[in-house]
Design a protein around this ligand. Structure first.
Ligand code: COD
Ligand code: ATP
Length: 231
């Protein structure tokens, strides 16, 4: 199995592209979904967020008020850093669990949607390919304001909280340009899937595992022959 990172900028179209890969039957890990999961009441990250930010970031039912927390962290880099230090280790643990599950299922490749892949850099070394979903800045701004109902100032603060999308494009192996019509982006994603499907990069790990298992089985056989009395 090999791992493919999917990243981009806020509202550049990562989730929309991920849906295409899902329809094509790919194995997927969505870090935004995991990030929502690990901050639910009862989870360690939830307790630590309340300790760090106070009860003002809670809704009446005890859930995290994402609007309030977002307004805080997207405007204040030190608070963003604090939130990241609480949530990112929990997110990585869950990502590893899900990746292992797909490995056991014998998947050829897994796509991990990691919005802050280049900002944190921690997972880059495990990825064979990195896809960046790009769209030009004006389009990104309009889509973000429309989707989240944000003012121009708030939308710009969210974009500023990440590395410039143009820099991410330079670090990518594959770029999907989502500045135009959705049908164009969809076509690009399907072509890329075909390319990844045909890749034989999953073979070294699978062969390594087979050789390892054969080695363990031979050892056990030899041990059994030495330890058990012969008939
Ligand atoms: C700040 C929170 C509460 C805002 O929630 P909200 O529902 O408004 O946004 P959502 O979670 O859907 O994220 C939307 C996008 O915001 C961007 N984003 C989220 N967190 C961050 C961050 N810490 N720094 C920069 N960009 C971020 C990403 O592009 C993400 O795809 C939430 O994003 C959060 O808990 N963030 C910390 C966890 C994290 O780092 N998530 C990003 C994945 S690594
Ligand atoms: N080609 C397109 N044409 C028009 N609208 C689009 C296109 N691609 C995405 N959108 C819209 O833009 C918005 C952002 O897309 P999407 O949610 O996929 O981005 P994202 O990168 O996953 O965002 P986030 O970083 O916040 O998780 C959504 O409302 C989506 O419907």
């Amino acid at each position: 199995m090999f791992l493919v990172g999917l990243t981009g900028g806020i509202a550049s179209g990562k989730s929309s592209v991920l849906q295409v890969f899902q329809q094509l039957g790919c194995a997927l890990i969505d870090v935004d979904v995991i990030a929502r999961h690990v901050v639910q009441p009862g989870y360690p990250a939830h307790r630590r967020i309340v300790e760090a930010f106070g009860t003002k970031v809670l809704l009446e039912n005890g859930d995290i008020d994402r609007k309030v927390l977002g307004d805080l962290i997207f405007k204040q880099p030190d608070l963003r850093q604090l939130l990241n230090s609480i949530t990112h280790p929990e997110i990585r643990k869950e990502m590893m669990k899900q990746t292992f599950k797909y490995f056991l299922q014998g998947r050829r490749y897994v796509i991990l949607d990691i919005p802050l892949l280049f900002e944190t850099k921690k997972l880059l070394k495990y990825l064979k390919h990195v896809i960046v979903v790009y769209c030009n800045r004006d389009t990104q701004l309009v889509r973000l304001m429309e989707r989240n109902g944000l003012s121009l100032e708030d939308a710009e603060a969210r974009i500023q909280a990440q590395l410039p999308l143009k820099d991410k494009v330079r670090m990518a192996n594959h770029v999907l340009d989502n500045s135009g019509r959705w049908s164009d982006t969809r076509r690009q994603a399907i072509l890329l899937h075909m390319q990844l499907e045909q890749s034989l990069e999953y073979l070294p790990l699978r062969l390594g595992m087979l050789v390892g298992l054969a080695g363990i089985a031979s050892l056990l056989y030899l041990l059994a022959r030495c330890l058990l009395p012969s008939p």
